[in-house]
Design a protein around this ligand. Structure first.
Ligand code: FAD
Ligand code: NAP
Ligand code: SF4
Length: 672
């Protein structure tokens, strides 16, 4: 049955000299473990767990072929024999588990975060303060050799192949697009010259590494930046890369500086597979689709419909290393789905922190966060089935404890039940589905509709009691706060209030932004249809416009919204590093008025009275929605009792997010 349902996804991929056991490729992610050789045992354990989970081919994070190509000073360089020894730890660990692994070779070009960066031309990137120097012709020729040398060393280190990083706006992409290539030598001036650099790299790599080595080229199938490559140029590049000796072509979508979101949760699943399909039509080597593929049915459909020959999943394999195994075993409903939040992966990378995963805190911590079977099973109560309680209860039960999980609500999930109704956050449903299944599989006794009091806990003789009761919304002391115009975000998101056409939202944190998006959107069922999303962000995969960009077309918003905060800083400044800009752009496109530096004077029949500096204003609104943060709910906590533990929002409401809640739940459970 499963074999039939996922017959394409689970079938081997023949590359001539070798075979991948299925069509799932783990896409490259920089985890932070690549940069220091003493972290390689951790890196090896992380990859080994994914190989054990059945992935067809793993691709490492990017390794730089020379110092000019560093992401930042002292990032993962691979250009000496000394490195070969270290990389052996990684390749051996993966091969022991029956997996295959390719090393990604990446030169950051003008994205290098240091003053000695190089690019095709001396044009600064809008997302990097350092202006690059243009490479001389000789330097380009040497860089071709450096790429091939790193590939050669990778082969020596036992890698099954390399992925040459030619997309996302890194150096090779800077050569292929007119946006960044204004050269007059043989590497610029026309499209054929602009593709000479990648073609020479593939040719030289093939020459150095021989025929029995995988060379995957990650090409930008759509640049999503002004002056990016046209469709025709993309397709010509694909053909040239095939002729130069690539074994397969992976898809890169958009440059890092693109103003079109490419991986955040509001991007519809498999949104860009069409751009890959067009490449597949012009080459005969296998082509890999990428971006927002996190589900076996979506992946199977891409392959079945002929859009690609394999799929690349990156973050999904942080979220669940056993994705393939579960798919093979007919347990797709047990997959821990990546919700595309970027909070613990990409945001960490940009903050130079080790990557992990919001829904799987073990990711990149495989040797440190261990869920070992307990020798002394205990009777454990967990109160609150929000993310913190769910994580704690299921890890504790998996370890062999006898766990009872209580919640006063009729469903598990806590605040995730509000998050999941926000447009573009539909993936949050999956975390709740996953935990429901985990509760069943680990044998947690679930008691819903059960509001717990301390006396109940004491009477039932629990050895350990974990309080995960979360938070209560903060009610600010504004005069008129009990006026009928005032609503809490809980009323709005739980559907308990009819909201008028003109709305003021007080508080511009994550929830203020989410509520504003919720109110600005016209109601719909499920994720935004792809054609509508493409129009809104101005993307046309069929046009020959440079970068695939056209004029955006945005629907009229459902309401007139004013979002306010007291701080004088720009609104949304503290939202996620890699996702905040999408929320800000979305609200801007919905004509949401954003006011900073406000003081709230009163709320009455006339609306919300505010002051900004010396100026007094009355916002004539139908409703004022309060999103002013939260306070911990911890009335059950007995500080003196040693067997009481506090986790999630109940522990600390300030700067609470699900990443901390889930990680803290798992850590407490791992130590019980
Ligand atoms: P909660 O989720 O609040 O769960 C507490 C649970 O305890 C509830 O189910 C409650 O019913 C139960 N409970 C309370 N008292 C009792 C009692 N006495 N007896 C029994 N049960 C009790 N975070 C992110 O990281 N990323 C996001 O994108 C994100 N988006 C969000 C969007 C919205 C609209 C909202 C509201 C929140 C969002 N969050 C997000 C925040 C995230 O949901 C919280 O950080 C997380 O839910 C906190 O988990 P928790 O388990 O500590 O508490
Ligand atoms: P928050 O981020 O702390 O924001 C609270 C907002 O309320 C701030 O804008 C604050 O700004 C304002 N505020 C605080 N006290 C106030 C008062 N007494 N009167 C008026 N305004 C007040 O909290 P949140 O938005 O409730 O979100 C809760 C948590 O959920 C966050 O920590 C966040 O990490 C998480 N979350 C994340 C996402 C995401 O996309 N990653 C989305 C939703 C939620 P001023 O003080 O300047 O007015
Ligand atoms: Fe996916 Fe979020 Fe985990 Fe990153 S942190 S892998 S985006 S669920």
């Amino acid at each position: 049955m499963t074999a039939d349902r996922y017959s394409n996804l689970l079938s081997p991929l023949d590359l001539g000299h070798t075979q991948l056991k299925n069509r799932v490729i783990m896409g490259s992610m920089h985890t932070g473990l690549e940069d220091r050789f003493w972290q390689f045992p951790k890196l090896a354990a992380y990859f080994a767990e994914r190989a054990r989970g059945g992935v067809g081919l793993i691709v490492t994070g990017g390794f730089n072929p020379n110092k000019k190509g560093w992401f930042y000073p002292f990032s993962g360089l691979f250009n000496s024999r000394f490195d070969v020894m270290n990389h052996r730890k990684v390749t051996d660990a993966v091969h022991r588990e029956g997996g295959k692994i390719a090393l990604q070779v990446l030169h950051a070009g003008r994205y290098s975060y240091h003053p000695f960066s190089r690019s095709a031309s001396a044009i600064k990137s809008p997302i990097n303060p350092f202006k690059p120097k243009a490479m001389s012709t000789k330097e380009v020729e040497q860089t071709v050799k450096d790429f091939a040398h790193t590939a050669y060393l990778a082969k020596k280190a036992g890698y099954d192949g390399v992925e040459i990083m030619g997309s996302e706006g890194y150096l090779i992409n800077q050569f292929t697009a007119p946006r960044t290539n204004k050269r007059k030598d043989k590497y610029g001036g026309n499209a054929e010259n602009r593709r000479r650099f990648p073609v020479e790299i593939v040719r030289e790599t093939r020459k150095r590494c021989g025929d029995d080595f995988i060379i995957m080229f990650r090409m930008s199938v759509i640049d999503l930046v002004p002056e990016g490559s046209t469709r025709e140029e993309v397709l010509e590049l694909a053909k040239a890369l095939e002729a130069a000796g690539s074994s397969l072509l992976n898809s890169g979508i958009g440059w890092h500086e693109a103003r079109v979101p490419t991986i955040v949760t509001s991007v519809p699943r498999a949104a860009f597979a069409e751009a890959t399909r067009q490449v597949k039509e012009v080459v005969s080597i296998p082509v890999v689709a990428s971006n927002r593929i996190n589900d076996p049915d979506v992946a199977e459909e891409i392959l079945k419909s002929g859009q690609a020959d394999a799929v690349s999943m990156a973050r999904q394999l942080l979220a669940d290393p056993d994705f393939v195994k579960k798919t093979e075993q007919g347990k797709a409903d047990e997959i821990n789905t990546c919700i595309a939040c970027n909070q613990a992966c990409l945001d960490h990378t940009f903050q130079l922190k080790r990557a992990s995963c919001l829904v799987n805190p073990r990711a990149c911590h495989e040797t440190e966060l261990l869920y070992l079977r307990t020798a002394k099973p205990k009777k454990v109560a967990v109160v609150g089935a929000g993310p913190a309680g769910l994580s704690c209860a299921t890890v504790a039960a998996e370890r062999g404890h006898d766990v009872t999980l209580f919640d006063q609500a009729g469903e598990i999930g806590g605040q995730f039940n509000m998050a999941k109704v926000v447009p573009g956050k539909e993936e949050f449903h999956n975390t709740i589905r996953y935990f429901n299944k985990r509760i069943e599989n680990t044998g947690v006794t679930l008691k819903l509709n059960t509001r717990v009091a301390v006396a109940d806990l004491q009477a039932q003789g629990f050895d350990e009691i974990v309080i995960a009761t979360g938070v209560l919304p903060r009610t600010p002391g504004i005069p008129g706060i009990d006026h009928p115009k005032v609503l809490s975000y809980v009323d709005v998101l739980r559907g308990k209030a009819q909201v008028g056409e003109k709305v003021a939202v007080i508080g511009a944190g994550g929830i203020g932004f989410d509520v504003s998006e919720f109110l600005a959107e016209h109601p719909r069922d499920g994720e935004q249809p792809l054609p509508e999303w493409m129009k809104e962000w101005g993307v046309d995969m069929d046009s020959d416009a440079p970068g695939g960009l056209v004029e955006p077309e945005v629907e009229k918003p459902a309401r007139q919204i004013t979002l306010l905060q007291r701080k004088p800083t720009p609104l949304g400044k503290d939202l996620g590093k890699t996702s905040g800009w999408v929320h800000r752009a979305t609200l801007k496109s919905r004509n949401v008025d954003m006011l900073k530096g406000c003081s709230y004077e009163k709320i009455d029949d006339a609306g919300l009275h505010i002051k900004i500096g010396e100026e007094s204003r009355v916002l004539d609104v139908d409703h004022v929605v309060i999103c002013a943060g939260q306070e911990s709910l911890r009335e059950l906590y007995q500080e003196e009792a040693k067997n009481f533990h506090l986790i999630g929002g109940a522990d600390l409401a300030a700067e609470l997010d699900a990443k901390r809640a889930i990680r803290q739940g798992a850590e407490v459970a791992a130590a019980l």
